[in-house]
Design a protein around this ligand. Structure first.
Ligand SMILES: NC(=O)c1ccc[n+]([C@@H]2O[C@H](COP(=O)([O-])OP(=O)(O)OC[C@H]3O[C@@H](n4cnc5c(N)ncnc54)[C@H](OP(=O)(O)O)[C@@H]3O)[C@@H](O)[C@H]2O)c1
Length: 321
């Protein structure tokens, strides 16, 4: 059935009530009224890169895009795991080519080296999905001395977007940042990106950097608007993956009966890449609809804080604004 004012209210209530919206009930109900699926074969002849493709939601995103006919470059940080994935997806003959890419997204030197090689091989990209994610138990730093979640969620993807920007096809490509509903609990910290102040918590570092992804995606949306490249951030809901089992086992156990499948977690990302819906700032999506990126007490981001944050990211990555 098509969306009506009543279904829009029901959809928003599911979202604000959190548990029903983020759990598997969300897509079970919303698929009665959400926008149509991408047409079969709609990604034929198109090429998409998916990071964090070796597990959970990333694998499901790759599978969803292959099923629509895309050539999918699956990026992992572990060569053997990435090759195993390519072998499995190729054997399943999901309709198009799968290409292995190996890079540690949090290592800025590795991103530069990999991107130089990739852009030598590929000159047209229709989708770039920043899905790689981590929730570490304690503070650690990357080869360049950056806090891990900042590097994996923010700095690496930012640098990768800049280095691949010329390959994105004008008017026919999309960039998607996989954030998290956990970002609602974190304001934008422009003063302590590296989480050096106060007691470190992996959950808080995760939420802060997932907030940063939403802000960064909105900035990229502005930067690429003239080229009609769609840029979105999204959250997948609560999804049963190895990442959840390993990083937040208590949550995974208690919520097990309500967790979404990886396919449900991947749905909106696949749909965004395949349909490139028109979007307004701040471009945050969940279950095929735009959602607010801030709730209640904080109606919009402070532009001064956003400016300071973006300037620091530019400095850290050596990518001019
Ligand atoms: N599951 C949920 O409920 C949920 C909720 C909100 C948001 N998310 C987001 O959804 C995304 C996928 O999560 P998931 O649950 O599918 O987690 P997952 O099963 O742990 O998968 C994470 C993926 O990211 C990769 N990765 C981690 N660090 C990397 C690095 N430095 N370089 C390259 N790849 C790296 C992992 O590679 P390896 O295979 O080598 O470990 C893995 O493929 C994440 O961004 C996460 O924050 C998930």
């Amino acid at each position: 059935m098509p969306a009506t004012p009543l279904t829009r209210i029901a959809d928003a209530l599911l979202d604000r009530a959190v548990v029903p919206g983020y759990s598997k009930l969300g897509p079970a109900l919303r698929r009665r009224w959400w926008p149509a699926d991408p047409a079969p074969g709609s990604m034929a002849g198109k090429r998409v890169l998916v990071t964090g493709a070796t597990s959970g939601i990333g694998t499901a995103i790759a599978e969803g895009l292959l099923d629509l006919g895309a050539t999918v470059h699956v990026l992992g940080r572990n060569r053997a795991k990435t090759d195993d994935l390519v072998a499995r997806l190729t054997a399943e003959n999901r309709g198009a080519d799968v290409v292995a890419e190996v890079c540690d997204v949090g290592d800025l030197a590795a991103v530069r080296a990999w991107a130089a090689d990739f852009t030598g091989r590929v000159d047209a990209l229709h989708g770039l999905v920043h899905n790689a994610g981590a929730l570490p138990p304690e503070r650690s730093e990357t080869a360049q001395g950056h806090e891990l979640t900042l590097a994996v969620h923010v700095l690496g993807p930012h640098l990768m977007t800049a280095l691949l920007a010329d390959t994105l096809v004008d008017g026919a490509s999309a960039v998607v940042w996989m954030s998290s509903g956990g970002m609602y609990g974190a304001g934008l910290r422009d003063d302590d990106l590296e989480f050096t102040q106060g007691e470190y918590s992996g959950v808080r570092a995760y939420a802060r950097t997932k907030r940063m992804q939403v802000v960064l995606a909105a900035d990229w949306a502005q930067r690429l608007a003239g080229r009609r490249v769609g840029v979105y951030s999204t959250h997948p809901g609560w999804v049963a993956t190895d990442g959840v089992t390993a990083s937040i086992p208590g949550f995974g156990k208690v919520m097990a009966p309500l967790l979404r499948t990886p396919e449900d977690g991947a749905d909106t990302t696949v749909w965004l890449v395949a349909t490139r819906p028109s979007s307004r700032a701040p471009h945050f999506w969940h279950d095929r609809a735009q959602r607010p990126s801030t709730l209640g007490w904080e109606r919009s981001q402070d532009p001064t804080a956003v400016g300071r944050f973006l300037a620091q990211v530019a400095t850290d990555t050596d990518v001019a604004r």
